[in-house]
Design a protein around this ligand. Structure first.
Ligand code: PEP
Length: 253
């Protein structure tokens, strides 16, 4: 069975005080929730990772980063390495988010390198993929997402892929309030699982978590999470509201 995961992607939001208040409120609401083979992750801005991972020490919540460098170390001013993230308590890192592909021109190769660096540092990876509206309207979304998977995952070993989860995030659904329907999500998740089966075998395909991301909220979470190949969610905007995010997690549990 794939692990059930709900991950918050705070993006570049919240000052330190607001971040503390939010995480305290969410974890307080969820403190009595029992979790079985499931995980709740907060992907927070780099500068809060050390403090918040200490805050969550000995809890059932994990801290993640939203990006890491494709390089191991060296003269890359302003960059943050995967090893640095691990050394301050991050357990997860999001790689290949559509905002990074679009605004920072991340290529399949760069994303593949980032995944390697992250796994070498002992981090688990949330690898994002998903098509734009233009691609979907041309009915090319299946080939497009397959290319993203092939472009960044094809060199991974079966052992490595055990530490990676995939987030299918159609770009037209991110931050737009327009989520994919359960059928649209299920179709793509099933295809991603078929890709994993062809590439890494049935056991890996059956055990890899595939998350849906794109305007998930407390109202639509139930129908999306009920899809057989949806193993959880990557939640942006709604993760900034304590009660709403907690509701999404509870829906899943
Ligand atoms: C995201 O950015 O990963 C995301 C899913 O955002 P939102 O939930 O706001 O659409």
């Amino acid at each position: 069975m794939p692990q059930k995961i709900v991950a918050a992607n705070w993006k570049m939001n919240l000052n330190f005080q607001e971040a503390n208040a939010l995480i305290s409120e969410v974890t307080n609401i969820l403190k009595d929730e029992k979790r079985n083979n499931s995980e709740v992750i907060f992907a927070v801005p780099f500068v809060y990772i050390h403090y918040l991972s200490n805050f969550l020490k000995n809890s059932s919540f994990a801290i993640g980063a939203q990006n890491c460098s494709e390089y191991e170390k060296g003269a890359y001013t302003g960059e943050i390495s995967a090893q640095m993230l691990a050394s301050v308590g991050a357990k997860w890192v999001i790689v290949g988010h559509s905002e990074r592909r679009l605004y920072y021109l991340e290529t399949h190769r760069m994303i593949a390198e980032k995944i390697q660096r992250a796994l070498q540092a002992g981090l688990k990876v949330i690898f994002c993929c998903g098509e734009s509206l233009e691609i979907r309207n041309k009915n090319e979304h299946i080939v497009y997402v397959q290319n993203q998977l092939e472009g960044s995952l094809s060199e991974l070993s079966a052992e490595q892929i055990r530490n990676l989860v995939i987030a299918y995030e159609p770009v037209w659904a991110i931050g737009t309030g327009r989520n994919a329907t359960a059928d649209q999500a299920q179709e793509m998740h099933a295809l991603i699982r078929i890709y994993l089966k062809k590439k890494f075998g049935d056991e890996i395909a059956q055990n890899t978590s595939i998350l849906y991301g794109g305007s998930v909220n407390a109202q639509n979470a139930q129908s999306l999470f009920a899809c057989p190949d949806v193993d959880g969610g990557l939640v942006g905007g709604a993760s900034l509201k304590a009660r709403e995010f907690a509701e999404i997690v509870k829906t899943y549990n």
